[in-house]
Design a binder for this molecule. Structure first.
Ligand SMILES: NC(=O)c1ccc[n+]([C@@H]2O[C@H](COP(=O)([O-])OP(=O)(O)OC[C@H]3O[C@@H](n4cnc5c(N)ncnc54)[C@H](O)[C@@H]3O)[C@@H](O)[C@H]2O)c1
Length: 327
């Protein structure tokens, strides 16, 4: 059995579904602060609770034989972390460390951890390799880097093996599951909400960056490709692999305006945009060097074109115009 924390969230629910389809038994822990109960695969036992609640972890471990934990549960809004860092260090840091302690006590020593390209900060070179210095530009990035460092020490001291997957920008949907947050801070869902007329326009934060069209460049990776990387990371740890940090991206960058233009083509809708001031701590370019994921995990993303990633989300929204019915 694999414990999936944050399995009611966007990437966690897609991964839980893929694991189950691959014959891996899954138990989900989520407090539903940002997730949706109906996103949890119906086959998975569900526990509503906090990752920092030792008693819940003890209960899960006594009711199921947990061989590994895929740890998604976290708060993940950069702007919110700048405004209220205490919330981020408490939820992602303190509770994350409590989770690791409870897992150690339960004898669980394999962890796949959701890290982020936000641990690099403003890049010194593009594409960004895993060896790039980590100097986060916001408390969210620091809370994730903190967890990476804790995992490294726990590996050295207690033999806890981990793969920290540093995702670039997740996007896209599967047949049943998609990205639905309130508030939504990610570009692709906001662009498609504007295409649906759910919001009047898309905010473009800054158009004076040192990029060809002045808007920031990001590397978009399909959520199903992220999910498959988790499956491979689990297999890697089961096979006795050493702890690693691994980037997950497509290695190709698109500007904000290119994303909007692609969404206009895919949806055939007009998508109004609104130029707003740049957000503090937003680097101009974040593009992954994702070679390591290929040779260490044998990972090969299936969605290479931004158009296909956006189309999958659009198809999901057309089927689920109001997203999930549960909060
Ligand atoms: N979406 C991206 O582009 C992206 C990029 C890099 C890293 N990440 C990381 O991937 C992970 C998943 O991201 P997502 O986009 O699916 O986010 P999400 O908000 O959709 O999912 C996170 C889930 O964790 C739950 N949760 C949060 N704190 C909890 C706690 N203390 N106890 C129990 N449950 C808790 C929420 O209810 C939610 O269901 C996060 O750790 C995030 O930092 C996401």
């Amino acid at each position: 059995m694999v414990l999936v924390t944050g399995g009611a969230g966007y990437i966690g629910s897609v991964t839980a579904e893929l694991l189950l389809a691959g014959g891996v038994q899954v138990v989900v822990l989520d407090n539903l602060s940002r997730g949706h109960r109906e996103a949890v695969p119906p086959e998975a036992p569900f526990y509503r609770g906090n990752i920092g609640d030792r008693q819940v972890i003890e209960r899960i471990a006594s009711e199921h034989e947990i061989e590994a934990c895929i740890h998604f549960a976290a708060f993940a809004y950069v702007g919110e972390s700048v405004a209220d860092p205490a919330r981020y260090f408490e939820n992602n840091g303190r509770q994350g460390i409590a989770l690791l302690g409870a897992l150690l006590d339960a004898g669980v020593r394999r962890i796949v951890f959701s890290s982020t390209c936000a641990t690099y900060g403003e890049p010194l070179k593009i594409p960004i390799p895993e060896t790039h210095p980590q100097q986060p530009a916001n408390p969210y990035g620091w809370s994730k880097l903190l967890m990476e460092r804790v995992l490294e020490s726990y590996d050295q001291a207690y033999g806890m093996k981990f793969v920290a997957l540093r995702y670039f920008n997740a996007a896209g949907a599967t047949g049943r599951l998609g990205e639905w947050h309130d508030p939504e801070t990610h570009l692709v869902p906001n662009v498609l909400s504007a295409a649906q007329g759910r919001i009047p326009s898309v905010a473009v934060f800054g158009n004076n960056y040192p990029t060809p069209d002045g808007t920031p460049i990001r590397d978009y990776i399909h959520v199903a490709d992220l999910a498959s990387a988790h499956m491979l990371a689990l297999q890697y740890l089961r096979a006795g692999g050493a702890s690693e940090a691994v980037n997950l991206g497509n290695g190709k960058g698109y500007s904000v305006l290119e994303v909007i233009e692609t969404a206009r083509r895919v949806t055939g809708r007009t998508i109004p945009l609104n130029i707003e001031p740049p957000r503090p701590g937003d680097p101009s370019r974040l593009v992954a060097n994702a070679e390591k994921a290929r040779h260490v995990l044998g990972w090969e993303p299936k969605y290479r074109q931004l158009e296909d990633i956006i189309r999958s989300d659009w198809e999901w929204r057309e089927k689920h115009p109001r997203g999930y019915s549960s909060p």
